[in-house]
Write a new protein. Sequence first.
Lengths: 165, 548
Amino acid sequence: MVKKLLLTLVALAGFATLASAQMRLPNVKIENEKGELIQTSSLLDAKTPMIISFWSTTCKPCIRELNAINDQFVDWQDQADFRVIAVSIDDSRSASKAKAMASGFGWSDFTVLYDKNQDLKRAMNVNLVPQVFVVDADGKVVYSHTGYNPGGEAELLKEIIKLKK
Amino acid sequence: MKFTKLIPFVVFTLVAGAGTAQAQEGEAEERDKKGFLTGSFETNNIYFVKEDIEVPGQKTPDDRFGSNNYLKVDYIRSKFSAGVQLESYLPVIQDYPAEFTGTKLTNIYASWVDDSFSITAGSFYEQFGSGLLFRAWEDRALGINNSLMGARFTYNYKNYVALKAIWGTPRFGMEYDTGVQFRGLDLSLNISEMYGAKKSTLLLEGSVLNHYQSVPQSYENGMSPNVTGWSARVNYENGGFMAKAEYVDNGTNYFPNTEMSSEDPREFVGKRGNAQLLELGYSNNGLGIFLTGRRFEWMYSKFDRTSSSAANVYNYLPAVTMQYTYLLTNLHPYTPLTQDSRNGEIGGQADIYYNVKRGTWLGGRRGLKLHANFSTYYSLAGKGNARADKLMFRDFSADIEKQWTRAFKMNLLYSMQERNTDYGATAKTELAHIVVGDFLYKFTPRFSLRLELQYLTSKEGDKDWMAGLLEASFAPKWSIFVSDMYNHGNDAEANRLHYYSGGVSFAHSHTRLSLSYGRNRAGYVCSGGVCRIISAYTGANFAMTISF
């Protein structure tokens, strides 16, 4: 039974790894800062890549990572043009708190979205936060990482610079 | 099971539909044509160790092992997606709802998201408003997955109108409870958009939810199989200001009769639930203020009236308090009163965030982040009123974050917590003061050390605690930690225990592994203000997540 399950898992994982070479930004509906529903496909502008970071008000490492990106945002912009999309996975109860928090942390350069029903989180298969993705201008996911260790944000800039070719 | 029989048909129809629609799409969609697979695998395992000494509330399962596993695979092709989730409990980890057992394909869905509509068939998640009336969601840390099996349809006309319609039967453990049905409608009108207002946003929203369960013979008290609830909401936003108000009528649910006597022999009595929620916020220029007020009574919504399992719930009543992340601040988190005589609460909270700018007197070279929170909750003085009775929980906290140099960052937190120890049966409370220092030093761009020092002082209960944590990070892949909580002030010498823990985690690309060993205190595991009670245990944890 367990053996069978493991085999299935390995097969599925292997198959999916092969097929996932071209993971793209999925199209789901998500709330913007005004509380209006937008489609994630509208985030793509065919010009600039994005860092998409999933966070929540109760996730300390997430906030550390976003603060670290925010602290270096101006310096990074000198090296490459990119946008930061901070996706709050807080439920409706904490989503308003997340808004106050984002302002209090001075994340004015970020686009903050509210995934209250966790549709984007599920579609991008995020199990643990922080999880961060680098998505190119056409919506292709080129990098992802789970968890945050101080200094780990440097990898994101590297990936973005790589996209400049 | 007629629902499960329906699925292959639905999936086939949608796949066929997707294929046809795809063929008609233009070149812009060309690159999406092939579609792709994505998914994730998560495994959480605990090996329990029996200790020689007595640890308060410690339980060790006979087979010493628990393993919760989730595999989710989705196929996405432009606007079409379909997926499955396989869950396996080998066996379920101690203290999770016992309904999670064995291995099964628990969730399956197909969906189509278009510009003006979306349709999902199979299992889906949804919530109306703040979730007070209805929320179907998954939280693996809590052991909650009450997704519905059925259909969800959404429609929007420009930005003016958004409509959601749902129908389905809830998941309970590994099965869908076909004896229970939900039907719901949610409507949101964007008034400001209709009148072309540029500066402000005004949304008027409302929901209706019908819950059906045939009434068991033993419940003969004129109980209706149908419970219909509704909610009305207003959201307003202008510049940095926002206001939200919600009123919920939860319909009449049945609760155990606490005044059962020979004159009133009814085992259960109908109670009409209701809730009020008010949120006010202001955010601008590094300042964020957020206020919440909430009152509710008889809002405990179980989809299966006969079960008391923690997984048996279809609305969301989280504690609206500060959600702490430090060890000693989370010894006694607040959980709202929802059941029996503890039928309701009234209270509120206030948050203020302030980012002191760089280059100012207080901000210094690198700025300073300030935050304070106050929350207070009371039980209700009687039915159908808003008078506060006994203090259930009160908490004040203030924290600062300061980046001193490029390498050194410091967080300081003070918290004062007062809680009712009898769940509102008496007015007895316990008070604790907690201080935390959290210091991060970056030795190189990749190597850093983080130290947490914590102290809790109280004249009541378990009295004084101290705690420490040291974490070394090698970015971006490795981190190791050791921590200890010590109840040195406990009156009973046998309870002056160390709750130690140590572990390592590794993350690379799509994979994260963590391994830890320690002695865990009896208490709560909380996620988003909802808590699950766990027994104390000593053991090794192994967790892995892979997303692909």
